[in-house]
Ligand binder design. Structure first.
Ligand code: SF4
Length: 326
């Protein structure tokens, strides 16, 4: 059975975990190619203009998998922590996709909502695994291996301070691993804060990491921090996190504003409710601390590359000058 996984949204967080799970159950995984302008245009044509950019990109990836797989995997992830809720787009992703892309291959979905308790969570995994085998022990083994693979990958990023493209490169995958050496000497450390699907989709962000690294900057991201560091910083800023992944965004922003970075760039999507609230918290904290510069970049489908380049150059030049003066 060929399972298609769109290279968008939570793929940038859970790709390895999903891949290991399906392969352990004997399926072949087909991942859509990196985002192209045509994919974005096709995805955008299926939804209203106000839909956020990452969702349009996701739909473009689904369209690129039509005819290439037997099923397409689209999880509905409601919550991954006890009291943190995900953005509504993730909740309705399987239904929305089927409604706007009727030609999509049959959708293989799983409803993840940890607030409903462990029993429901395991049942959801079992229901998904049942498409491949009736053996509950085999499903259990596949899910454990998938979870271990995910943990190892997160540890690798936080212990060795690696960005996602470098982790992918270490895994030996060629496609999607666009890596380059950081131009020496390193003049500043820039923290990029945002959802992984904004930070790591090179087409969507106009090669943000590449541009920063080529300008002699080391890039640090939320994944390079431990859960404890993220939780501590997020609690200091907002107390109890409301949104899923809020600890990673607000926590990382709060942490890097005080430790380990010379400047922070918050990357968000136009029309995103959760991002506008979370970035506002970081922006206010930056204004309060006045320790290091903060810049926010809002991405949408009409964002011009030249605009991004100009802002990046101005921001990094200012940081380099500031460091030199000190
Ligand atoms: S969190 Fe924001 S950018 Fe992400 S899917 Fe939801 S609305 Fe879109």
């Amino acid at each position: 059975m060929k399972i298609g996984i769109p290279r968008a949204l939570l793929y940038y967080r859970y790709d390895l975990m999903w891949q290991v799970f399906f392969e352990e159950l004997g399926a072949e995984v087909v991942i859509s190619p990196p985002t192209t302008p045509a994919m974005l245009a096709e995805g955008s044509s299926r939804v209203v203009a106000d839909t956020c950019l990452p969702t349009k990109v996701f739909l473009g990836h689904v369209l690129s998998l039509v005819g290439k797989c037997d099923y397409i995997f689209i999880p509905a992830i409601r919550s991954v922590t006890k009291d943190g809720y995900n953005c509504s787009k993730f909740l309705g992703l399987p239904d929305m996709t089927q409604a706007v892309i009727p030609e999509s291959p049959p959708v293989l979905e799983i409803d993840i909502d940890v607030t409903r308790g462990q029993r429901q969570f395991y049942q959801a995994i079992y229901q998904l695994g049942k498409h491949f085998t009736w053996d509950p022990l085999r499903i259990r083994r596949a899910s454990l291996l998938a979870w271990q693979a995910y943990q190892r990958y997160r540890e690798l990023m936080s212990e060795q301070k690696l960005t996602l493209p470098r982790v992918i490169q270490r895994r030996g995958e060629v496609e999607g691993a666009v890596c380059w050496p950081v131009a020496a000497p390193v003049r500043a450390t820039i923290a990029l804060i945002g959802h992984p699907y904004l930070l790591y989709d090179e087409y969507v962000n106009h090669r943000l990491i590449y541009r920063l690294e080529q300008a002699s900057n080391r890039v640090v991201t939320p994944e390079m921090l431990t859960m404890e560091e993220l939780e501590l910083a997020a609690t200091r800023l907002v107390g109890k996190a409301y949104w899923a992944y809020e600890e990673e965004i607000v926590g990382a922003g709060g942490h890097y504003l005080q430790n380990g970075a010379d400047g922070v760039i918050g990357v968000m999507s136009f029309g995103c409710g959760p991002d506008s609230l979370m970035m506002d918290v970081i922006q206010r904290q930056a204004a309060r601390l006045k320790s290091i510069p903060f810049m926010s970049l809002t991405l949408e489908e009409h964002t011009a590359e030249a605009g991004i380049v100009t802002r990046l150059e101005a921001f990094t030049d200012m940081i380099h000058r500031r460091k030199k003066e000190r």
